[in-house]
Design a protein around this ligand. Structure first.
Ligand code: COA
Length: 254
């Protein structure tokens, strides 16, 4: 059984982190498999969107603490850069990725969820960045993505306390988009993805690029990025079909 299972059905990929005995902790081998799964998401044109989830009672309970315990400054730098690199590739994907957070999303698990474009959580999910309890700080993007998602003050409290945050609290602070009953999680994540995928595929790519590149820029630079991407969507077959369908009072066929 693989530590990361990728399956594709009707254009939707499911990436299942599957090391339940260790609460799906991101060991080196798990990261190798995740890396390969992300390469598939990037390169397989049949895949139009993805759901990332975990098997058992965790989404991902962090990087593997046994491996972390052996890091020195040099290997720690490589470790952080590797995790950051894989997660940034998820964030930069030009197809929507939804984290279906089924349980513990701690440390690297919270960071993985934050690298996804949308987070839907089960009521059983618990979030947190407990790295400071181990004498380290988050190394897979947590100190950067969390403040951007929930604001500096709330993020600072989460990062410095290492406290565990229940799903409802994660919803209140904007860390997740929705919270649903555990048995509704998979269906809801798929329904949200289907709603998105019914829209113009080039428009979706352009939106994801505008959000990603704009957030990495000043607002003025982001507006310029938006204007150029808007311009690139104008006059396309997709735009003609979308606008004509509206005017003809029918659903568009993208
Ligand atoms: N790395 C390696 N192994 C981990 C792990 C991690 N991040 N998180 C959990 N595990 C392993 C445990 O060692 C245990 O293995 P064992 O059965 O061989 O002893 C197994 O997963 C189950 O975890 P356990 O701690 O027994 O479950 P619990 O229900 O009592 O507690 C947690 C669940 C999530 C609260 C607890 O496992 C935990 O705090 N994990 C670490 C979270 C963390 O600090 N993540 C950030 C890492 S940088």
């Amino acid at each position: 059984m693989a530590d990361v299972e990728l399956s594709v059905e009707a254009g939707t990929a499911t990436v299942l982190i599957n090391r339940p005995d260790a609460l799906n902790a991101l060991s080196g081998p798990v990261m190798d498999e995740l890396d390969r799964a992300v390469t598939q998401l990037e390169g397989n044109s049949e895949i139009r969107g993805a759901i990332v989830t975990g098997s058992g009672r965790a989404f991902v309970a962090g990087a593997d603490i046994e491996e972390i315990s052996r890091l020195d400054p040099e290997s720690g730098l490589a470790f952080a850069r590797r995790g950051q690199g894989i997660f940034s590739r998820i964030e930069k994907l030009d197809k929507p990725v939804i984290a279906a957070v089924n349980g513990f999303a701690l440390g690297g698990g919270c960071e993985l969820a934050m690298a996804c474009h949308i987070r839907i959580a089960s009521t059983k999910a618990k979030f947190g960045q407990p790295e400071v309890k181990l004498g380290i700080l988050p190394g897979f993007g947590g100190t950067q993505r969390l403040p951007r998602l929930v604001g500096r003050g709330v993020a600072t409290q989460i990062l410095l306390s290492g406290a565990m945050i229940p799903a409802e609290e994660a919803l209140r602070i904007g860390l997740v988009n929705e919270v649903v009953a555990p048995d509704e999680l998979d269906g809801r994540a798929r329904a949200v993805l289907q709603e998105i995928l019914a829209n113009g595929p080039h428009a979706l790519k352009a939106c994801l690029a505008a959000i990603h590149d704009g957030l990495a820029s000043t607002q003025d630079a982001g507006l310029e990025i938006e204007a150029k991407l808007f311009s690139a969507t104008c006059g396309t077959d997709e735009m003609r079909e979308g606008t004509r369908a509206f005017l003809e009072k029918r659903s568009p066929k993208f």
